[in-house]
Design a protein around this ligand. Structure first.
Ligand SMILES: *Cc1c(COP(=O)(O)O)cnc(C)c1O
Length: 434
């Protein structure tokens, strides 16, 4: 490596890869193989007992996936990363990696619908309880912490409220209580927000969204900030002998690994929860996410600019009740967005249409460029009704808690010509007028 620290656009093309040593291939090869031939008996033993790093079986590690892992770790400034089959797998395994039955998580109540379900309905069946708090006041996190709390979980830009949290205030609370702060940075992307620069310890991503960027593949990533002391007494799995690996102690082995630093969280995640639950990412999908990452900053610059213009255009319309986008001066999160998201407040906004649910329905069915579907972060513009689709599985009370409203429409703004996007919305408003 050169002694120069490369900029983001250079790193998104190059970090974590050297040209293939066998063939010189410039693009990252797709190592579509389940298994890897062992050089000899001694290597097989060393790799399988993790005395040395190497490949044995693609459920646990694969060279194509590893380039993706190295690249995202470089882009976010982490010590290591793990690729998984989906963003949901990334979040679920992250929580399992630091909790036992009887433990608790404190989470912001403004969460992606799937994460909301994981915390409120699924994890409690396994004895892991989540206390949801209003993240607008960071002290709400402090008030919810008990002796059993093992993590704080927030999203960079909450959904569908499009809220921004005071990360540094929440990080100070987490640190004071010896707890890791986990940030779902899917809506932020490593280009707009680097969680570890603001005190977070672990970040998770749905790579499905902006990282892939083309709506082709489901995948997830976990990044280890390498900045948390897992030997603080709350996490015995890191500091006591692991019977699954001949009794080695994770913290002793990976707490300060030569050349990498503190990689204990991400290695244990791979060795326990990727190995045992098996939510591994296909190397082909890893390749597509690497293709996506190559243009992440370029797409985001365009998407953020388009979103800002659409937000201002919507705000000026008499048939729009409200617009939620932290890039607007009218947003209660404007100051926080200026501080934490100076390159732009993301490419997702919600608005309330006058005329309620009926008009929202007609509007969504009338767009010609915006596609009505359940996804975000595509280069193509998307439109959805959160109360029916992304948060449709929640009860009415849960929807209210998560900030979902009947008149609410969500846009994920793509890279199309802005004049075409404004034309499309304008004709959809006209077609849906009472
Ligand atoms: C989509 C999404 C997830 C879940 O990711 P999948 O790849 O769909 O499993 C988690 N968090 C956020 C913020 C998301 O948008």
């Amino acid at each position: 490596m050169s002694e120069r620290t490369y900029g983001f656009a250079t790193q998104q093309l190059h970090a974590g890869q050297s040209a293939d040593p066998t063939t010189g291939a410039r693009a990252v090869p797709i190592y579509q193989t389940t298994s890897f031939v062992f050089k000899d008996f001694a290597t097989a033993k060393a790799v399988c007992s993790v005395e040395e790093f190497g490949y044995d079986y693609s459920r646990i590690g694969n060279p194509t996936n590893e380039v993706l892992e190295n690249r995202i770790a470089a882009l976010e400034g982490g010590t290591g990363a793990l690729a998984l089959a989906s963003g949901s797998a990334a979040t679920a395994t992250t929580i399992l990696n630091l909790t036992h039955a009887g433990d608790e998580v404190v989470a912001a109540k403004t969460l992606y619908g799937g994460s909301f379900n994981l915390f409120v309905n699924t994890l409690p069946k396994h004895g892991i309880r989540t206390i949801l708090v209003d993240p607008a006041d960071p002290d709400n996190f402090a008030r919810a912490i008990t002796e059993r709390t093992r993590a704080i979980f927030v999203e960079t830009i909450g959904n569908p409220d499009i809220n921004v949290i005071d990360f540094e205030a929440v990080a100070r609370i987490a640190e004071a209580h010896g707890l890791p702060l986990i940030v779902d940075n899917t809506f932020g992307t490593p280009y707009l927000f680097r969680p570890f620069d603001h005190g977070a310890n672990i970040s998770v991503h749905s790579a499905t969204k902006f990282i892939g960027g083309h709506g082709t593949s489901i995948g997830g990533l976990v990044v280890d900030g390498g900045n948390f002391n897992w030997a603080n007494g709350k996490f015995p799995d890191f500091t006591t002998p692991d019977p699954a690996y001949a009794g080695f102690v994770h913290w002793d082995k990976w707490g300060n690994y030569p050349g990498a630093g503190n990689i204990a969280f991400i290695i244990k995640l791979r060795l326990h929860y990727l190995r045992d639950l098996g939510a591994s990412l296909s190397p082909f999908n890893a390749f597509l996410f690497l293709q996506g990452l190559e243009t992440l900053s370029l797409r985001l610059e365009r998407q953020v600019a388009n979103t800002q213009k659409i937000a201002e255009w919507l705000e000026a319309r008499p048939d729009v009740e409200w617009v939620a986008y932290p890039g607007l001066r009218s947003s209660p999160y404007y100051a926080l967005a200026q501080k934490y998201l100076p390159k732009g407040a993301g490419a997702i906004l919600t608005f309330g249409v006058k005329g309620g649910l009926d008009r929202a329905k007609r509007l969504i069915e009338s767009t010609k460029i915006f596609s009505f579907l359940a996804n975000v972060g595509d280069s193509k513009s998307l439109i959805v009704h959160p109360a029916t689709v992304t948060h449709g599985q929640l009860s009415e009370a849960e929807q209210r808690l998560a900030g979902v409203r009947p008149e609410q429409v969500r846009l994920s703004v793509g890279t199309e010509d802005i004049d075409d996007l404004l034309w499309d919305l304008d004709q959809a408003f006209a077609a849906s007028a009472p």
